[in-house]
Design a binder for this molecule. Sequence first.
Ligand code: ZN
Length: 136
Amino acid sequence: MKISHIEHLGIAVKSLDEAIPFWENLLGTKCYNIEEVESQKVKTAFLKVGQTKIELLEATSEDSAIAKFIEKKGEGIQHIAFAVEGIENALSECEENGVKLIDKAPRPGAEGLSIAFLHPKSTLGVLTELCEDKNK
Ligand code: ZN
């Protein structure tokens, strides 16, 4: 699998209104995009550090994965996302290596990316996202 960099870290937050100013102050950089991803029942806000983004995630529904995560573990890092070249091939490679996939095929994510999640049960507890910018 060809990984170029860590695309973003996904951080589950209770409130974007609180989290955005906090992270803007801490990192000294402005949030440049807020976007709702209906399929994932989240509202996302992005900040950039170098070429890696911080993705703040607020649940828009009680049955959102983010709401469940916060209920179980509290706010904090929820997933790590790697930028790959050829996401379909990367997914088949993972599957061949016995990694369970949450998404068998890529789907649209925030920022126009194609994304797919690997199951944390087969990645030592780390919810892992693969993503590819197909508009590049
Ligand atoms: Zn993500």
